[in-house]
Write a protein of this length. Structure first.
Lengths: 149, 134
């Protein structure tokens, strides 16, 4: 994990004699930052379907949040398709979000020690939530409360 | 000391920036908002493991009109972040598209606003029903 991230390299000035309009945007030249850059785009594309789909299904379509309750979750998570969807979304969103926070922290938290501490706090929280979410998605058994509903 | 008169443009105008600057800050704000919600949302969803009574009590937080507005904001944030993310990928993987940055920013924002019309209608209607106004 790149906890001690370096300052971002400034955008090079347009070459003399050029049009003055630089095509494209800055991108990391290699190493961890390039993989992180690529991950953000690939996971973003997958989350475009997983997260936007999730938000529309849960909050907009067919009565939205009003129909979401224990029984609703029980039916959904009885299906491996939705378990896989939710777990993939959990994993990708957490890494995408926490890497996003790392980039934001890089911009606003200047002292190295504080930056390290803030990043570690997010990584730890992310790991705990990943474990919690994974356990719940795959071990949830609505049958335990059969008859109680 | 020589008195240097300030040009009118130094004091009287608001810096408006370019569309890219505004979409950058909007992308950042929506991103941070979404990930903070995600942290809470993983925990509230995990409560389902403690049975129907516990989970339905947590879910009942949505029976509050203010939470419904936050819900609308969340949907808007996810949708904006996703659409603007597509624009970013377009620029990054097909660099020549940056020449149409203004047009694409306008298109992204337009698409977002158009999508938000029915979404606001649906969540807004639910909120008003909750309040017993309709």
């Amino acid at each position: 994990m790149a906890v001690e991230t370096k300052e971002r390299v400034p955008v090079p000035a347009p070459r003399p004699g050029g049009t003055g309009v630089r095509a494209g945007r800055e991108r990391p030249s290699g190493g961890f930052e390039l993989w992180a850059w690529l991950f953000m785009r690939i996971s973003g594309l997958v989350l475009l379907f997983l997260a936007v789909g999730h938000v529309l299904i849960m909050h907009v379509l067919d009565e939205g949040i009003d129909r979401v309750n224990f029984d609703f979750v029980a039916v959904r998570w009885d299906d491996v398709f939705w378990q896989t969807w939710d777990w993939a979304m959990l994993s990708l969103a957490l890494v995408h979000g926490i890497n996003g926070l790392r980039v934001v922290v890089q911009d606003y938290v200047r002292p190295a020690g504080a930056r390290f501490a803030v990043n570690m706090a997010f990584y730890t929280l992310g790991f705990i939530l990943f474990v919690l979410g994974t356990v719940v998605v795959f071990t949830f058994d609505a049958g335990k409360w059969a008859g109680a509903v | 000391v020589t008195h240097v008169a300030k040009r009118k443009s130094d004091v009287g105008t608001l810096y408006r920036g370019s569309p890219g600057q505004w979409s950058w800050i909007a992308h950042r704000i929506t991103g941070v908002a979404i990930v903070l919600f995600l942290f809470v949302h993983i925990v509230d969803t995990a409560v389902v493991g403690w049975g129907p009574e516990a989970y339905d009590r947590v879910e009942s937080v949505y029976q509050n009109w203010f939470v419904r507005l936050l819900e609308l904001g969340l949907v808007a944030a996810v949708l904006y972040h996703a659409l603007n993310g597509v624009k970013i990928m377009l620029f990054d993987f097909w660099p020549s598209t940056t020449r149409h940055m203004k047009g694409l920013s306008l298109a992204t924002t337009g698409l977002f606003l158009v999508a938000m019309v029915p979404i606001t209608w649906i969540i807004g209607k639910g909120t008003l029903e909750l309040l017993g106004w309709i």
